[in-house]
Ligand binder design. Structure first.
Ligand code: G16
Length: 544
């Protein structure tokens, strides 16, 4: 079957953000829009002829159509084989696993993560490289550059592939193998965690839990692992049937959007453990009875207890966290005598460190934790890690976090989001902060003195590449800090994120409400950045 060449013209808005290209579905539905971006990916790659590509997505509206488009274009561009998840579905960590396990050239993942889905929702697409991780900036920059000069793309005039039957089909000269990625992923988890011990805990009669897949991709993975292999009862699993519109919800596992689960976990009769994951299965939220574990604390607890699991029994090489993530993990790294890396926001910045064996665990405040087992953050992995700790320690989630704070001190932490604000106003706010921050040293806010103000820049210790303007940091003389940055994943206006952190060593003061404990810093942030003036908002839309 001969490939056909379609003439096209560039779109000027195809610059990948924190994690690929995310836009409203209607934007992707413009003629040639998706095809242009896919061809731009291929145009920025070399030596992929006859190689294998992994393709799949989180099942949101437009997923199936996009998979068919990509299959035709992959065949026309000379790939030898595509591995595609059954139904066109792959969670992000499962896609990363497939790329690694089958030594694929790379993968295309269709997802806008936790962003709402449906005809009026969001869609997204990103490219992952052969280590299974998100493409680094030099590749995303090349894709963007290619998107600005594209004048044609290649496709086939062919029927749709049957995506629902596991097995191999042909598309032109290319093989398409529809795979059951759930089994591959479950096997990987079984090599890392003590399934017998978790099974014993779950079936002890002394333990109860809930897992909320938020009508998104992790449903089938949770059923296979938690129900079929670990023995939870079906009523333990909430919203585990994936829907194209995620049931009309916002599958972001945090205290605001995972409301069904939060309502269950904050009562006197609550289960012992609760967890949720997001649209594409890479984020997680961990809860105990009446207890929320911040993602930053979760990373620190996992690092401190990793030796209790089979997969990390021999210890961890190092830890990496994104800059705005709290410094709780730094204290664990120090005690363990291992390296700690502070990277810009975005999982892509962990890839080199993981590949070089410098770090084993990574985490971000944005509800992401993961390890060297794949090159993406991994929601169910974090849930199983916690279950393994609970099975070994036989303590409550609240007791585990309290004793962690007693040992290491508590990093009070919160993120305030001002979502979908006017982009110009948000840009001006950041520009003013950048001008100001060099002159803030020595000034006082809320009883604290500013020790430094800067705009975070990062030099990758492995390949020397540098990334500038990654967030304005204002640090105080007591070690507390405020970070301001604009989200790179939103699709409407701009989203201002304000990250607040303060350390508390005094055990008697470690059980305050975080908003109360951070009240001075919250006020200082508003004052320094003049948030109401630039955003027109006097309160954040989401607090996590
Ligand atoms: C993506 C990235 C994460 C990042 C998060 C938030 O997550 O993979 O590394 O922390 O976005 O980014 P921002 O603050 O720029 O919105 P996901 O789960 O959306 O793919």
């Amino acid at each position: 079957m001969n490939s056909i060449e379609i003439s096209t013209r560039p779109f000027t808005d195809q610059q990948p953000g924190t994690s690929g290209l995310r836009k409203k579905v209607q934007v992707f539905q413009q003629p040639h829009y998706l095809e242009n971006f896919v061809q731009s990916i291929f145009n920025s790659l070399r030596h992929y002829r006859d190689k294998t590509l992994v393709v799949g997505g989180d099942g949101r509206y437009y997923n199936r159509h996009a998979v068919q488009v990509i299959l035709r274009m992959a065949a026309a561009n000379g790939f030898g084989k595509v591995l595609v998840g059954r139904g066109g579905l792959l969670s992000t960590p499962a896609a990363s696993n497939l790329i690694r396990k089958y030594e694929a050239f790379g993968g295309i993942i269709l997802s806008a993560s936790h962003n709402p889905a449906g005809e009026n929702g969001d869609f997204g697409i990103k490219y992952n490289i052969d280590n299974g991780g998100p493409a680094p900036e030099k590749i995303t920059a090349a894709i963007h550059a290619a998107s600005l000069t594209i004048d044609r793309y290649l496709t086939l005039d062919s029927r749709d592939i049957d995506l629902d039957t596991v097995g191999t089909q042909r598309l032109g000269d290319m093989q398409v193998e529809v795979v059951d990625a759930v089994a591959d992923y479950a096997e990987l988890m079984q090599t890392l965690f003590d399934f017998d011990r978790i099974h014993a805990l779950i079936n002890s009669g002394l333990f109860s839990m809930r897992f909320d897949a938020m009508h998104a991709i992790t449903g089938p993975y949770a059923v296979e692992i938690l129900e079929n292999r670990l023995g939870v009862t079906p009523d333990t699993l909430l919203n585990c049937t994936p829907r194209e519109d995620f049931g009309g919800g916002h599958p972001d596992p945090n205290l605001v959007y995972a409301k069904d689960l939060v309502d269950i976990m904050f009562t006197s009769q609550a289960p012992d453990f609760g967890a949720a994951s997001d649209g594409d299965g890479d984020r997680n939220m961990i809860l105990g009875r009446n207890c929320f574990i911040t993602p930053s604390d979760s990373l620190a607890v996992l690092a401190a207890n990793a030796h209790l699991t089979p997969g990390y029994r021999r210890g961890i090489a190092g830890i990496a966290r994104s800059m705005p993530t709290s410094q709780a993990a730094d204290r664990v790294a120090e005690k363990l005598g291992i390296e700690l890396f502070e990277t810009p926001t975005g999982w892509k910045f962990f890839g080199n460190l993981l590949d070089a064996g410098r770090v084993t665990l990574c985490g971000e405040e944005s509800f992401g934790t993961g390890s060297a087992h794949v090159r993406e953050k991994d929601g169910l992995w974090a849930v199983l890690f916690w279950l393994n700790l609970l099975a070994v320690r036989r303590e409550s989630v609240a007791d585990i976090i309290s004793s962690h704070w007693q040992t290491y001190g508590r990093n009070y932490y919160s993120r305030h989001d001002y979502e979908a604000v006017d982009a110009d106003g948000a840009g001006q706010l950041m520009a003013r902060l950048r001008e100001l921050n060099g002159n803030l040293k020595g000034k006082h806010f809320g009883g604290r003195e500013v020790a430094y103000g800067d705009d975070f820049a990062y030099v990758d210790p492995i390949d020397g590449s540098s990334s500038e303007r990654q967030g304005v940091r204002i640090g105080f003389n007591d070690g507390s800090r405020i970070v301001f940055r604009l989200s790179g994943t939103g699709t409407r206006g701009a989203t201002l994120r304000v990250y607040l952190e303060r350390y508390e060593a005094d055990r008697a003061l470690q059980h305050l409400d975080a908003q109360q404990a951070l009240a001075d810093l919250i006020r200082a942030a508003g004052e320094i950045a003049r948030i109401p003036h630039y955003t027109g908002r006097d309160a954040p839309s989401v607090i996590t």
